[in-house]
Write a protein that binds this ligand. Structure first.
Ligand code: ZN
Ligand code: ZN
Length: 284
């Protein structure tokens, strides 16, 4: 089988993370490509934004991921890096469900290669609650998988003058909630989405690494450069009822970052026709 191993073998890769994500990102890449990895603990990725609101996340995920890779490569004087980004909120289509978007960026300066993968999943415990009493506390704790998944405690959603992160001890949590309720009359609890405090998130990232490896191993049919990955989509899947084009994805475009070769492929996982419920004509 043709793969990309000779591009990456024996080289050093820096993983730009300080939340222990290197444990799920590093070993599979090492196994797949024979590279060596280390994590960058001198890189303050919190500078680029945090989940709990002290620093607003201004960059788009792809820009933030690219910036982290570049910073890590500069600091450590290596020419390969991986960074990871996550964002959490309502699902883009099913808005009453919480969803996680995870991104991984691989950069190789020597070959001027960039491979970016993303996933959207409802497999997340992302949630928050404002408490004025302990009435709904236990139900919330069960739902967010506490204490295997950590929590963050604040005075209120947007008040970060007092914030306690990474709470995993039940006694601490109950004591602190009681303390806040007595002092402020209310408090705000949210899931701690930092990967080392969130096994569900770590699992999603682990699965995304497999997708990254597949994309890094996909070879351009023309120039044999690695990273021949999805560069766009063609919409217009026909409605099964009226046969008019819908906004749904019909074909996937793969592109080469080296020679610019593009190929359009019918994704075998995609449907042949769209259901009328997604058709603007049948279901406006
Ligand atoms: Zn090519
Ligand atoms: Zn239709």
């Amino acid at each position: 089988m043709v793969n990309s191993i000779h591009y990456f073998e024996g080289r050093n890769l820096v993983i730009a993370t300080k939340h222990k994500k290197e444990f799920v990102i590093g070993p599979p890449l090492k196994a797949a490509f024979g590279l060596d990895f280390f994590s960058s603990d001198s890189l303050d990725t919190d500078m680029l934004g945090t989940f709990s609101g002290e620093i607003e996340r201004l960059n788009k995920p792809i820009d933030a991921a690219r910036m982290k890779c570049n910073m890590a490569m500069d600091i450590h004087q290596v020419d390969m890096a991986v960074s990871s980004e996550g964002s959490f909120g309502p699902h883009p289509q099913i808005f009453f469900l919480p969803a996680a978007e995870e991104y991984l960026m691989f950069m190789d300066r020597k070959h001027e290669l960039e491979v970016f993968v993303k996933t959207v999943t409802t497999n997340t415990n992302y949630s928050s609650i404002t408490l004025t009493s302990t009435e709904y506390l236990q139900e919330f704790l069960t739902r967010v998988k506490f204490p295997s998944h950590a929590l963050i405690l604040k005075k209120s959603e947007n008040d970060i003058t007092r914030i306690e992160k990474g709470i995993v001890c039940e006694k601490t949590l109950f004591d602190r909630v009681e303390f806040y309720l007595n002092l402020y009359g209310a408090c705000y609890l949210e899931t701690d989405m930092r990967a080392m405090f969130n096994p569900t998130r770590m699992e999603v990232i682990k699965n995304l690494v497999d997708q990254l490896i597949v994309d890094m191993n996909r070879i351009c049919p023309k120039c044999h450069f690695p990273g021949f990955s999805v560069s766009g989509v063609v919409r217009g899947l026909l409605c099964s009822n009226c046969l008019w084009p819908t906004k749904s994805v019909k074909e996937i475009i793969y592109g080469c970052k080296k020679c610019g070769h593009r190929s359009i492929e019918m994704n075998t996982e995609l449907k042949k026709y769209e259901e009328p419920m997604y058709c603007d004509f049948c279901n406006p």
